[in-house]
Design a protein. Structure first.
Length: 393
């Protein structure tokens, strides 16, 4: 029987404390809105939403509302890659140039797909390589620029490819399949799992479901360009600025042009429900509804830590897997040792914990205070409550 998207909220009694903690986030209009979904052993146990999808018009958040989720997108993109690996279309231990010959230029002939997926290709820089801010919306043009560049001195060590990850992976996927990235995403992830809220390049007929942001990313109303100009004066922050603060990105966040672009590192439009269902399969041995989504061996490799070194862009250890990072909670005493996923700027994120069978996803249009490139503390706090619920006898 085909899976259908429910319209009623779901709260398993075991997760009522998680639902209460989520609801407390959206008590006032200025809190915006959001959604939270949890799967346990392949079954939905929490599916809630609250607040406003559009603060200015008063449009409420609904069951099918989507939000742009920034780097949470990388987890979806990476899952697509693992599906292609499972079918023998891609091999992460092959050179990128096997699938994208132009990439071999400038001494990159021996860089592997795995190097890109663990942020060790030396191509973290996006700031300054686009001639105009609109170039960021053209993934093929950006891929051509990256193919013609020589790796930075971060080659071989982790340096978060905040934006370039998407352009590089899209070019690899399109080269290996001969098809547009979004079409491959539909066939490999969205349709097999019956997802109605998972897009990287949202078609126009889905735009009415998107919850626009009502705040700026940068503090005090500044632009990312202005922040980058000042922060870059400190040498140790230069890699951070080069990777994470491209000119003009913040000015396009709420534009249909951004929503329709293919930026598989940053502009995914998701419902929490669809994200949680995808990660629910990864937390459940690669199986959803009795059907294999990812074989055991591919899933094991996807979740295996490839580097524990300090990330040169982010400044701390990310324990990078193939496209995922270590998932974490706000409770130091209750951390999921095997959990992996991807969190995003502004607060969104999702992860799978194979040890407990828990999968969790959170999306929002409220950019959190103290946001970092890997979310703020809303999801980690909710995750701590959820993990405690799972581990309580």
């Amino acid at each position: 029987m085909a899976w259908t998207s429910p319209t009623a909220q779901l709260i398993d009694p075991r997760f009522s404390a998680v639902a209460r903690a989520f609801e407390a986030l959206y008590r006032k209009p200025r809190d915006g809105g959001g959604a939270l979904a949890v799967y346990l052993h392949g079954e939905p146990v929490l599916d809630v939403w609250s607040g406003f999808a559009d603060v200015h018009s008063g449009r409420p958040w609904r069951s099918d509302t989507m939000a742009m989720s920034f780097s949470t997108t990388k987890g979806v993109t990476s899952t697509l890659v693992h599906r292609l690996v499972a079918r023998g279309v891609l091999d992460v231990d092959e050179p990128v140039a096997t699938y994208w010959p132009a990439f071999a230029a400038r001494d990159k002939h021996d860089l592997l797909v795995a190097d890109v997926m663990t942020h060790r290709s030396g191509l973290h820089r996006v700031r300054g390589i686009a001639e105009a801010s609109g170039d960021l919306l053209d993934h093929r043009r950006m891929a051509d620029v990256l193919a013609g560049r020589r790796p930075e001195d971060t080659r071989g060590v982790p340096a978060y490819h905040a934006m370039t990850y998407g352009y590089l992976i899209a070019a690899i996927v399109e080269g290996a399949t001969g098809r547009p990235f979004e079409a491959v995403l539909a066939d490999e992830v969205r349709r097999p799992l019956g997802l109605d809220g998972l897009y990287i390049s949202a078609p126009v007929d889905q735009h009415q479901r998107i919850a626009p942001f009502f705040e700026t990313i940068a503090p005090f109303g500044m632009s990312l360009s202005a922040v980058g100009h000042w922060v870059k004066k400190v040498d140790r922050f230069r890699p951070f600025v080069d990777a994470l603060l491209p000119h003009g990105f913040d000015e396009m966040m709420n534009s249909p042009a951004m929503w329709q672009a293919t930026i598989p590192a940053a502009n995914g439009m998701f419902t929490a429900r669809s994200l949680a269902r995808m990660y629910g399969a990864l937390a459940n041995g690669g199986v959803m509804d009795g059907e294999e989504f990812l074989p055991h061996d591919v899933l094991q490799e996807a979740g295996r830590v490839r580097t524990k070194d300090r990330d040169r862009v982010l400044g701390f250890r990310m324990r990078w897997r193939l496209g995922y990072h270590q998932a974490f909670t706000a409770d130091r005493r209750n951390q999921p040792r095997m959990a992996f996923g991807h969190y995003g700027l502004g607060g969104s994120g999702a992860f799978a914990d194979p040890e407990t069978g828990l999968a969790m996803a959170f999306v929002t249009n409220k950019l959190g205070r103290g946001s970092t490139p890997v979310a703020d503390f809303r999801l980690p706090r909710l995750a701590a409550v959820a993990l405690a619920a799972v581990r309580t006898p």
